[in-house]
Write a protein that binds this ligand. Structure first.
Ligand code: ADP
Length: 403
């Protein structure tokens, strides 16, 4: 019998389950879908069989992740792609926090589950949902390798000088406080694809990756290894995001507690859910912000300027961290689609080397592409991210190695 070549990728959120089934012979998608509002009366499953083009929807209560995955399995079975298929090689799970322990994708066993569980205090929103997804999938196909692919893994190569906060190490170690970074799967994929776009091996180039989605982070990648990233202990640090503040003076928190009389939970909600672009102007979608700016809206315009200023600061910092830079790469929803953001973020940096060609920047495409003029000393690229493909690739590579 030929070896199985399909990988199911699962991304479990607190109330959602996203999935893709890929065939690793050519990295093609066989099926994609999403279950939303798990645990509510208005749950919804959206499923597309890519090979037949058949798209289906289910509405109605789906009680928990177990029921959600069973519903997904039923849809896959209807397309002849069921989880019992001998062609399924493994299930790859996105896990947000792998701490310092998980530096690579890892085949899940009881010990791995315990370790992911131990990381819950530093990832209270994400790791419990990721764990539920793994346990559910394991119960459904106990014989199949389940692989955990960690958002933090790519950043574990950061030197201590970048990963440590300047606080007493005993306190830091006791509470596992350090800079872990997130979006690592995307930073890994995009930095590698950027090297490919330049016709080079990842080990030959230094790249600054700007992952600008609703969450946003920057990373400095030296010869294929991450040496710094903007997110820290949690995904709150760094760039201005859709609803997160990114960097601020930690004393703002003491001030809000002491003078503003806010509780820790209220401050947490303020900084994670009601700040960033949304906090500044009431919108977190870049399309809406650009539309308002075009109409002369000053609040939206200031929010945009603050957002861009922060990106510029990180680009400058990472030039200093890397010493020499071959490319700056934009990715994720905003980075891939918002030409004005790319133009504004690079404007004025010509002295450092990167520049944007307005015509190239205005082209809309789903392909990796250069948007800098040929004369630029540092290339500027748009590289669509593909976290599911990266998870599937890492999962398949690991399972292939173990077979
Ligand atoms: P996440 O995965 O963090 O939820 P995405 O990477 O999908 O986010 O990015 C979503 C964001 O991308 C939206 O909130 C919006 O601001 C932005 N976006 C999507 N499409 C466009 C577009 N055509 N123009 C400008 N911004 C866009």
């Amino acid at each position: 019998m030929t070896s199985p070549t399909r990988v199911l990728v699962l991304n479990s959120g607190s109330s959602s389950l996203k999935y893709q089934l890929l065939d690793m012979r050519d990295s093609s998608r066989l099926a994609v879908g999403l279950v939303e509002r798990i645990g509510e009366q208005t749950s919804r499953l959206e499923h597309t069989c890519v090979t037949s083009g058949d798209a289906r929807e289910r509405n109605g209560p789906i009680a928990d992740h177990d029921a959600a995955l069973k519903a997904v399995a039923e849809e896959l079975t209807r397309d002849g792609l069921g989880l019992d298929s001998p062609e399924l090689a493994a299930i790859g799970h996105r896990v947000v926090h792998g701490g310092m322990f998980f530096t690579e994708p890892t085949v899940v066993d009881d010990e791995v589950l315990t370790e992911i569980e131990r990381l819950i205090p530093v990832a209270p929103l994400h790791n419990p949902a990721n764990l539920t997804g793994i346990r559910t999938a394991r119960a459904l196909r106990p014989d199949l390798p389940q692989v955990a692919v960690f958002d933090t893994a790519f950043h574990t190569t950061m030197p201590e000088s970048a990963a440590r906060y300047a606080i007493d190490p005993k306190t830091a170690d006791r509470h596992r406080i350090r800079r872990y970074g997130f979006h690592g799967t995307s930073h890994a994929y995009v930095s590698r694809e950027t090297a490919r776009l330049l016709g080079k091996d990842p080990s030959e180039v230094n790249v600054i990756v700007l992952h600008l989605g609703n969450g946003a982070s920057a990373s400095a990648v030296a010869k294929g290894r991450c040496v710094d990233t903007s997110m820290g202990l949690t995904p709150l640090e760094g760039l201005v995001m859709g609803t997160r503040s990114g960097d601020l003076d930690p004393a703002v928190i003491f001030h809000l507690a002491r003078v503003g009389d806010m509780s820790m939970d209220e401050i947490d909600t303020l900084l994670n859910k009601r700040s960033g672009l949304f906090g500044l102007c009431g919108d977190n979608d870049m399309r809406e912000i650009r539309r308002r700016i075009d109409e002369g809206d000053e609040e939206a315009s200031l929010a945009f300027d603050i957002y861009i200023h922060r990106i510029k600061k990180y680009i400058g910092a990472y030039f200093a961290v890397l010493g020499t830079v071959d490319a700056v790469a934009f990715t994720a929803g905003v980075g891939e689609n918002a030409a004005p953001v790319r133009q504004a973020a690079i404007a004025g940096l010509e002295g450092l080397g990167p520049a944007v060609d307005p015509e190239r920047n205005s082209v809309r495409s789903g392909e990796p592409r250069l948007i800098s003029p040929d004369s630029a000393r540092v290339a500027v690229a748009v590289v669509p991210t593909d976290e599911e493909l990266e998870i599937a690739t890492q999962t398949y590579a690991l399972v292939g190695k173990n077979n």
